[in-house]
Design a binder for this molecule. Sequence first.
Ligand SMILES: [Fe+2]
Length: 467
Amino acid sequence: MAPATPLGFQSVTTEYDDHSPRVEGTIPEWLSGTLIRNGPGRFRVGDQRVNHWFDGLAMLRRYAFDDGAVRYSNRFLRTEAYADAEAGRLTGQFGTDTRGWRRLISTIRSAGLPEPTDNANVHIARIDGEYVALTEAPRRVSFDPETLATRGEFSFDDDLTEHITAAHLVDDPHRGELIGFATQFGLQPQYHLYRLPTDSRRRERIASIDANGPAYIHDCSVSDRHVLLVESPLTLSVLRALNPFSEGAIDMLRWNPEQPTRLLVVDRDTGAVVSEPTFEATFCFHHVNAFQDGETIVLDLIEFPDSDIVGALSMAELDGEGFPDVPDGRLMRYRIEPASDEVERTQLYSGGMELPRVPRSAISRKHRYAYGQATDREGATGLVKVDCESATAQEWWEESVYVEEPIPIQRPGGDAVDDGVVVATALDTAREQTRLLVFDAESLTLQGQAFLPHAEPFGFHGRFFAD
Ligand SMILES: [Fe+2]
């Protein structure tokens, strides 16, 4: 008998509109604003199922905080991928046999790369006042932040060439710009690093850097002076995707452990590569933050020893046990000396960690605390707060509760960086219900929680927008 699909990877069908969930405990009255998260919500079309967690249909989730109360909505993006699913056609991009990659085989020879998927299920950003759902295919979808209704395709007002793009845009509140990157294939593939002023939809190129591979890169970080990319030896091959037995973009990936990881430190203003140290093969999805410490550049990120995590998130691997079979990432601090191209790597937290966040005010500045999922619990995913100065940690976890990406929110006017709350959704598999958890950011004690009307599938990323 096939192992059962864990609750966090099962589809939902109901869309709630401004539902008022029951609240237990206290949600601070000063907490006023909206958390919007993105992630897959549906994995099946008829009797077919997507192959990879990353390929579920995009479902937005909205948690509005006002005067100690919460309102909840969830809504699927009405994309071409959604319309295909409604018509009984399963499409996707990352690990699934797709319209996109099937078409790739037949069209690339004549017309170049095909139209990528619009299933923007990874992240969101506010761009030029527009709320936009993002994925790694270069298509974006605008939505209404109140109703979550799909507004239509979002386009940038520039001509940057991108074949694969970052869904993560670093939101630097100090310079008032988003920083992102895109990868262009070709004889000499390149990473294009760009800035996007808050009130603009025209990306300004910071640098175009020759890529090795190119590598699959998911995220980057910025200090006040630099953009940092980690180029793991997990390379993308368009030729591999042309194999007729290819299942999707995941078949474009090849792990080359004999090759080094290259760290690229790029000047934000001049575009010059100021340092590019190399070291043993590692893999990274998510950066924590970066900052300048004298002449040293400090980068915290979640490091994996190899790329097994990518395959481990396929649906077949997640059946049965779910997350426990997935390798754990480690919170690492890299101290980079640009003068010598040397990097010193130290581990800041002994446990497994993923989906890291720092308070928004700390982005590109020296951060003291990093929050994330504690991933190495048996039958649970916890919450961890790491003091990156003392390399000590506080943790919270509860049996059968799977905490998702935590979002630290500072109290307006608060002095300490951890004066505020940490908000995280968490799937309670025993109650078959998702809970919205509100922790005190200093002590990591659970202050209040809202009980959502259903069990949400595991999502990826979100942002909080203060009123
Ligand atoms: Fe991510």
